[in-house]
Design a protein around this ligand. Sequence first.
Ligand SMILES: CC(C)[C@H](C(=O)O)[C@@H](O)C(=O)O
Ligand code: SF4
Length: 429
Amino acid sequence: MGMTVVEKILARAAGLPSVQVGDVVEPKVDLAMSHENAALVINQFQEVFAGTGLAPKVWDPSRIAIIFDHRVPAESPKTATNQKKIREFVAANGISKFHDIRGDRGGICHQILPEYGYVRPGFVVVGTDSHTTSHGALGAFSFGIGATEMASAWSLGIAVNIEVPATIKVVVTGEFPPFVGPKDLILHLIGRLTAQGANYKVLEFHGETIRRMSTSGRIAICNMSVEAGATSGIVPGDEETVRYLREEAGVTEAIPCVTADADAAYVQTVEIDVSTLAPQIACPHMVDNVKPIEQVQGTKVQQIVIGSCTNGRLDDLAIAADTLRGKKVAEGTRMLVFPASTRIFAQALDKGYVLDLMKAGAVVMNSGCGPCLGVHEGALGDHEVALSTTNRNFKGRMGNPTGDVYLCSPAVAAASALTGVITDPRKGA
Ligand SMILES: CC(C)[C@H](C(=O)O)[C@@H](O)C(=O)O
Ligand code: SF4
């Protein structure tokens, strides 16, 4: 029997000729990522060595990545002290893939890993963040784990007790209509599968639409795969993956890609033709509460957010700038834009997008998680409504349990910024 991409990756990483769904394996980890919650991992890591008489030592400092992003710059002395503790640990252990609070190499972890070429096709990537699924966009098997599991990864270089997940094949065909894109595709898919529909499973993306899709779009769909409950999303590595890693991440060494066998077994196949897809909106307070825009247009919005690891890349900012250039954000609505990395921020400056957005009335914020999680900046007032390109709309997301968060594409967010109500971007075309 053939193997899926993830089965092949796990077999190689576990040193086995093959694996099957349900097998429990302990694959070697190629990259272990944390952000500010590395502080928790450090505590657990020290526990692992307590009483052994051995000095705590990470298995391979070149394979650990730590990125400050959730609370940058620190919003409180507590966060600043945590960051200080992590910085000291990084220095003491020689961890090289460290991204501190800096304007020249900062950003959200799920943007930094692809941007710096830290992730490659076929890698096993673990991260103490649920959206670690993002890196499936580069053909890696990449998933979120807890601080305790991460402490074992740091000490042993393996992911412990990994049950080989079943895989759902998602075949996407057709040409996106104008103002419809990868974000609408993934919202639609989550709506169809539901928030638990892919629990303990991998979403493996195929089809001509995926083959034509940029790495940015692939990151958006793999990023949100976890919102259907998936362990991970994965786009098997292809020419676009190699192009991205060479041209954008500057990778020079060979980039072998892992593909699925023709006779691989899938637990389910989902087919989507995007040529008739409308802009999709995830309504409060569940990501699977997805409706076509027709059903919610006209809803008044106080805060528009464009950014995050889902949609804070240059193509997303280009859509926003193209929509707002020479126009104004509606009175009574505020628009917050936060580029996913400082590199993207600099590119957006070069292209004039930042000035276009500022002149229109948007507030362009530093790169990081910003308002997405609701713990840093850009909180909602009581009973306010946000329309956001981020990936979660749970109660309290964006810092206020009485607020409502609607999720959408950059095209919808930008069109709505001009009107102050949820607006179909196709109408202005
Ligand atoms: C804070 C962090 C652990 C969390 C996650 O796991 O995803 C956050 O990034 C989020 O998006 O909710
Ligand atoms: S931008 Fe949002 S979803 Fe992404 S890692 Fe940060 S908090 Fe999580």
